[in-house]
Design a protein around this ligand. Sequence first.
Ligand code: GDP
Ligand code: GDP
Length: 434
Amino acid sequence: MGAIVAIVGRPNVGKSTFFNRLIQRREAIVDATSGVTRDRHYGKSDWNGKEFSIIDTGGYVLGSDDVFEKEIDKQVELAIAEADAIIFMVDVNTGVTGMDEDVAKLLRRVNKPVYLAINKVDNAMRQEDAVEFYALGLGEYYTLSSINGSGTGELLDALVKDLPQVEEEQTELPRFAVVGRPNAGKSSFINALIGEDRYIVTDIAGTTRDSIDTKYNRFGFEFNLVDTAGIRRKAKVKEDLEFYSVMRSVRAIEHCDVCLLLLDATRGFDGQVENIFWLAQRNHKGIVILVNKWDLVEDKETNTIKQYTERIKQAISPFVDVPILFVSVLTKQRIFKAIETAVDVHKNRSKKIITRKFNDVMLPLIEAYPPPAYKGKYVKIKFCTQLPTPYPQFAFFCNLPQYVKEPYKRYLENKIREEFDFTGVPITVFMRKK
Ligand code: GDP
Ligand code: GDP
């Protein structure tokens, strides 16, 4: 479970340039495998081995210049409420602007770490110009150049030093999060589940401010619903802000074991839904896809579900071993099945395969189809084991781990999935030297 860092600031200071620098490498890998380029404003990053989620709030500002200001204030307030740390970015070229002062005013009241990042300090001469930003009353600042990368290391060193790092704890009860775009039916779904108070065991105040989990007992299942407060509170947010929804989703994903990814059948599995899917995958969370509002789909021939499923699988390839259910919160169709499936996925995610059994199954499969020779050298895999992590990761020990490429790792993953049930769970395959 990692922390959430938000980048705020007015347009054109370089937020997205900085953001892309942080997530570039990892996201590029995901993009390459699915063949989709995504305009993405949140992702996972790490520095010195510490992982955190990062959100570029600027990615959600739409509209003309005069709308900007109000929007930005709103986003800064949400970022303050939801994030664990805030990077406030300004532009050395323009100096302090009125909009910077407005944002600083909001940030001075915050008792979370705030890092003032003065961007576009591309060379030493610019350092002196940065001094004027002391006027923002935020104290110490970091100068950097998002374009050439200088100074970014110092900022990130300071950032991760202060970030709370909580290893994912193994809780007794599975933690489910309901995530998705605005209007997918998340609150209706939660209400359908917890509407009847007698099933709620307790509301557990989370470690983070405002996060309320609901301990829940129904259909013979016990689980915690993560962040029910956020979803219930949504009703009070006037507009259905995509940004708000994303913030809550990022938060909920960090804190759960299994994500119930809800989408509106009439809108389809679009880019935003896909982004949430990949974030859950990157966080090693279990995933169940629920195509909601199935009652609104009129032409329900036998093929409709099949075609719909195919389309989703194309979007989430190569991680297609994910349950996809067609539900209606309105008519309560397959709601029970959804929870049952989430419970199964949680079991898969907690599964531990005994090393001896794992070797007995995998080594013959490896022998039958060994890694291809690379530069005339033969890779010999000697043994393998599941690692003792809260989610499934596997290590294969061999003489030349660096010669085992992605396609072969994919082969291993596919065989693991065929032989042991890991439906709904991202798994990682490592090659190790032995
Ligand atoms: P955002 O609106 O805050 O996300 O800003 P962008 O990341 O889109 O950047 C706005 C402009 O500033 C773009 O033309 C960037 O190429 C440029 N820019 C971003 N970072 C730097 C930097 O460190 N130095 C210079 N010289 N230009 C930068
Ligand atoms: P949220 O923004 O994801 O929390 O979505 P809401 O739960 O507020 O639902 C958005 C709208 O979709 C509301 O008008 C709901 O009544 C409606 N809705 C939710 N689930 C269903 C469903 O299964 N079928 C139909 N027809 N409407 C639904």
